[in-house]
Design a protein around this ligand. Structure first.
Ligand code: XUL
Ligand code: CO
Length: 436
């Protein structure tokens, strides 16, 4: 251990004032029949943690890192070592990466693949030494200028082919490193103006691309779960994978729904005008909840700020959905979160991850009690009880149509409603958060 000032972050309980200790995350503690680590399946995002430097559209990087000044493969290897050390210090069992996070791009596509192969040897060794696993792999098809008009939705077929080569390679890497999932986030899969865009062809091509990925995974025996990560905008004005409902409609149209689930990111949900809770719920009720990118946005800013998640209200509701889903595996909670530009010291990474992990641990504790006590279920069940008997049951059982319902309504036209008790339920939710 050489990069961080402590060997491990330990659980000290809610009373602890030690900034380098967990107050709520007690990895091996059993909650609702499962260890906390198995409910949460925390993962480190390689890009925000090791590759990012704190630059923004107005200024250069600010992060001070021990690998500053290194270049090429030497830099790549140093970052990998630091990343695995960080995960060990935090007791984190998984990580996620894009191809070009771990290895620099070369002059040619073949050079890029050669660099990647060399780094995959290194990552494989680090995985074996530490027992840390790959939650998901993905391919970056948005940063380089070649993706200016899109990746699988580019107007240029050579770009489509280039992307196919990249994803083919990364599926092989994913298989070799035992990735449990494979993510597609369509960073440039969208448009700036419909004046020059054939949206119908672009969507057909996107579906063709996904089909080829599914076929190739079968061919090489990669059995990880495919995931699509919705986001409504940024970098393009309109992204095709706008939100969970849009992705569901797309998957169903092209008969891809049996192969894909979703990776729901909190900040993407809010950019789409939804809550994180809404997106998770939409996936759960459609059997499409695959994994989570844990972070949060800023209420006052309209872009993807990717902050470490500290909002316990959101983490409680997220874990509530995860528990109701029967768990998140083979997905997990990947911290797609980055430090603020002003948090440039290496140890800020520890503070960021501790904040996020403790926040979700606290959310899990509250959510587990909510589920166990059926604290919200009771109200929901009662609210819909008119569908368990009488005319409501006939509707659910498909026994009546408009004619029967019209006859019924004529005899029952003095409607009586009951309160939804929203404020009471919000108080109950708060009580569970305070007392868990
Ligand atoms: C971008 C984003 C990506 C994906 C992986 O907003 O969330 O980092 O998670 O490409
Ligand atoms: Co993400």
């Amino acid at each position: 251990m050489s990069y961080f000032k402590v060997d491990s972050i330990k659980f000290e309980g809610p009373q602890s004032k030690n900034p380098l200790a967990f107050k709520h995350y007690n990895k091996e503690e059993v909650i609702a029949g499962k260890k906390m680590k198995d409910h949460l399946r925390f993962a480190m995002s390689y890009w925000h943690t090791l590759t990012a430097n704190g630059s923004d559209p107005f200024g250069v990087g600010t992060y001070v890192r021990p690998w500053d000044g290194l270049e090429g493969m030497e830099l790549a290897k140093e970052r990998a070592k630091a990343g695995f050390e960080l995960m060990q210090v935090l007791g984190m069992d998984y990580y996620c990466f894009h191809d070009i996070d771990v290895a620099p791009e070369g002059e040619t596509l073949q050079d890029t693949f050669d660099n990647l192969d060399e780094m995959v040897d290194c990552l494989e060794k680090l995985q074996k030494e530490t027992g840390i696993k790959l939650l998901w792999a993905t391919s970056n098809m948005f940063s380089h200028p070649r993706f200016v008009h899109g990746a699988a939705t580019s107007c240029n077929a050579d770009v489509f082919a280039y992307c196919a080569a990249k994803v083919k390679k990364m599926l092989e890497v994913a298989k070799r490193l035992g990735a449990e999932n494979y993510v597609f986030w369509g960073g440039r899969e969208g448009y700036e103006t419909l004046l020059n865009t054939d949206m119908g062809l672009e969507l057909d091509n996107l579906a063709r691309f996904f089909k080829m990925a599914v076929d190739y995974a079968k061919e090489i025996g990669f059995t990880g779960q495919f995931l699509i990560e919705p986001k409504p905008k940024e970098p393009t004005k309109h992204q095709y994978d706008f939100d969970a409902a849009t992705v569901l409609a797309f998957l169903r149209k092209y008969d891809l729904d049996k192969y894909f689930k979703m990776n729901i990111e909190a900040n993407h949900a809010t950019l789409a005008g939804h809550t994180f809770h809404h997106e998770l719920n939409t996936c759960r009720i459609n059997d499409a909840l695959g994994s989570i990118d844990a972070n949060q946005g800023d209420m006052l800013l309209g872009w993807d700020t990717d902050q470490f998640p500290t909002n316990v209200y959101d983490s409680t509701l997220a874990m509530y959905e995860v528990l109701k889903n029967g768990g998140i595996a083979p997905g997990g909670l990947n911290f797609d979160s980055k430090l603020r530009r002003g948090s440039f010291e290496l140890d800020d990474l520890l503070y960021g991850y501790i904040a996020g992990m403790d926040n979700f641990a606290k959310g899990l504790r509250a959510a587990a009690k909510l589920v166990e006590d059926k604290a919200l279920d009771e109200y929901v069940e009662k609210r819909y009880r008119s569908y368990s008997e009488g005319i409501g049951k006939d509707i659910v059982d498909g026994k009546v149509g408009f004619a029967e319902l019209s006859e019924y309504a004529l005899g029952h036209d003095q409607i009586v409603n009951e309160s939804g008790h929203q404020e009471l339920l919000e108080t109950i939710l708060n009580d569970y958060i305070y007392n868990s």
